[in-house]
Ligand binder design. Structure first.
Ligand SMILES: [Zn+2]
Length: 428
């Protein structure tokens, strides 16, 4: 008798969809096969597709409260307005913004995410209550100021010590130096040393925009990835978000050092950053995963949008319709995220963590279901997600999110945002 059995679904096992039963014991997948199995909880899945949960590998979760606040502006002006309101965010805003973001993720099939922001205790609390899995980092900005650097590193370290492994291991806490243009080389190397001491990872933005590429080149005489490699910063511990502006030699460096890359197609389009060279990176053997980035530059946490766009962008950028195939992009959205962050999941295989989603195989947008893979990748909305299991716990059952009170979230988010905006009105 398993804790949960998922019966008769069309399951993505390896690269193929096959009818199978899945048994979950504790927080792991204990059985995948054709034998008739029983569970304390049984989910009839004969009309479902069963796939590994999606991993959103780069977010600033609580930016939900800024969603739609400022749009259609040149990047620097947009950033000025975003920073102005971000400086006013309270722990309460961060908490409710995080819960709202997690609600959206659960409903659209995400089982794990990697977040970098501030007031991270609130994000951790939201993760704990919601049943989600997350990699969390306090976003450190030092700008060459030594004292600020010491304080930032201390805050980042304290966060890791307090939260790493919390909620039976659902939280993994890592370092999050913001970017090479907001952190000096000296500071980045201190972060690297500390990450080695604590045996943890580093999540950082690198080579997002042409502006950054030119700025680093001018300041240090090298392009961003090469600059980081020459100082000895890059290793398997490092996960870089974006990598839009990378040269051929830098792709080889990423592979050689074992660095993972998070591709954020919607954000890169919306902020007009460019198209990352995903096909080349994958062909070179770099582990590339997918993310949404923050809700202010997306504006959703729906990974199905990223999946489709990631594939389409490579096709148009290379004028090859086979540039990024459905199976590969789905792997980017699942397995590769788990691999990047060293978490044993992202596959329907015995021994893996039980992070699993069920999709309605009869959903209008999937029909006719010639090939489930193509339906998921090219016709997915997110509305077809019916069940979500994280760490062996059912957190969405037949589209009901069991861990979050949706009405309360709507209410609290609206009131917290009205306080926030109220404070912005000029006085007198
Ligand atoms: Zn970001």
């Amino acid at each position: 008798m398993y804790d949960i059995s998922i019966k008769g679904g069309l399951c993505l096992v390896g690269d193929e969809f096959t009818r199978a039963n899945i048994g979950i014991q504790g927080n792991r997948i204990a059985y995948v096969g054709r034998e008739d199995i029983r569970g304390e909880v049984e989910i009839m899945a004969d009309k479902k597709l069963v796939v590994p949960g999606l991993f959103n590998a780069h977010t600033h979760l609580a930016m939900t409260v800024l969603r739609g606040y400022v749009e259609d502006m040149p990047l620097m002006e947009w950033l000025r307005r975003v920073w102005e309101i971000e400086a006013r965010l309270t722990p309460k805003d961060i908490y409710w913004g995080s819960i709202l973001g997690i609600l959206e993720m659960i409903k659209t099939g995400t089982t794990a995410f990697s977040d970098m922001y501030f007031h991270m205790d609130e994000v951790a609390r939201a993760v704990g209550e919601s049943g989600m899995r997350a990699v969390l980092s306090y976003g450190m900005i030092e700008k060459g100021d030594e004292e600020k650097g010491r304080n930032e590193l201390e805050t980042g370290t304290e966060f890791i010590k307090e939260w790493d492994g919390a909620f039976s291991g659902r939280i993994k806490a890592v370092f999050g130096p913001h970017a090479p243009y907001t952190c000096s080389p000296g500071f980045l190397m201190k972060v690297k040393e500390r990450a080695e001491e604590l045996d943890t990872l580093i999540h950082i933005h690198v080579a997002e925009t042409k502006h950054e590429f030119e700025e680093i080149k001018q300041k240090y005489g090298k392009t961003p990835v090469k600059f980081l490699d020459d100082m000895g910063f890059l290793s398997k511990r490092v996960i870089i978000a974006h990598a839009v502006w990378v040269e051929n030699e830098e792709i080889r460096i990423l592979k050689k050092r074992g660095v993972s890359v998070v591709h954020n197609p919607v954000s890169n389009l919306k902020l007009a950053s460019g198209i990352a060279r995903v096909r080349e990176m994958l062909r070179a053997g770099v582990n590339v995963c997918l993310g949404t980035d923050g809700a202010a530059s997306n504006n959703t946490y729906n990974m199905f949008e990223e999946i489709k766009l990631a594939s389409l962008l490579q096709k148009v950028a290379t004028t090859r319709a086979d540039a990024l195939k459905a199976a590969d992009v789905l792997k980017m959205a699942t397995r590769n995220g788990y691999v990047a962050y060293g978490i044993e999941g992202g596959e329907l295989k015995e021994g893996m963590l039980a992070d699993i989603i069920l999709l309605d195989a009869k959903s209008f947008n999937y029909l006719p279901l010639y090939n489930p893979l193509y339906s998921i990748v090219y016709a997915g909305y997110g509305c077809e997600v019916t069940h979500v299991i994280v760490d062996g716990e059912l957190i969405m059952d037949d589209r009901n999110v069991l861990t979050i009170d949706e009405e309360k979230v709507v209410d609290r988010v609206e009131s917290t945002v009205s306080d926030l905006i109220e404070g912005l009105r000029p006085r007198g």
